[in-house]
Design a binder for this molecule. Sequence first.
Ligand SMILES: [Zn+2]
Length: 286
Amino acid sequence: MRWEDFRTSSNVEDRRGIPGGAGGLGLGTIVVLGLIGWALGIDPRILISGAEMMSGGDSGYQQQQGRQGTPQDEMGRFASAILGNTEDVWTAVLPQQANRQYKPPKLVLFSGATRSGCGAAQSAMGPFYCPLDQTVYLDLSFFQEMQQRFRAGGDFAYAYVIAHEVGHHVENQLDILPRVQARQQEVGATERNQLSVRVELMADCLAGVWAHHSNERWNSLEQGDIEKAINAAQAIGDDRLQQQSQGRVVPDSFTHGSSEQRVRWLTTGLKTGQIQACDTFRASRL
Ligand SMILES: [Zn+2]
């Protein structure tokens, strides 16, 4: 992926190296749990246990102030550039396609653990979006794990992860997240998971919409990039991860969608570049 020319975002806060209370678990353990958590639906946590998170939020939240501005290291600069590019794309696309102004999210880079507007954030949770403070939380070591454990590396695969989280922010801007959350309070576990799958597949599709427009305007995709993202989407499908962690697949407990679904929705966004094509709540087939 050609990202060096992307404008870096001014909405990044770098809290790496600031102690956040990671506790006794080793970093490796936390990150591996995070990969599984990310794909099995701990992201976004608020969707799973909204009430709990709402009340658990905020305390001590002000204490941790990270560095503002573009990080100097390669991966930090990469995350900042991808976020900047999602801002440029969505600032143009959201008014065109949904008649709304885009208000960009913040991105907090952290290592180990930190505070979020949705409560304590740990690497173990994987990258996630907190709608309450409209912030994406990301421990960059997640990308190393994608590469090492799931053989799902590559800059466009990492960009897809960031764009997926930004996709949740777009869903929030479209008032989809609050409506789904309210509905999830009223229904049983199976339907709650199904709603979560729709939210997640839409975020995959919106990540594809971003990539479509980014490529159209900046010619950012290189040979093999799409395969890398598809490989990542496949590697982190619920069925694949469940098989790895439990040896069997339990569709009712899917919260992100199967590998096949994740790939298909990402591809839908990539091909069409249309928000409307991502409406997983209207789709006859998920
Ligand atoms: Zn998600």
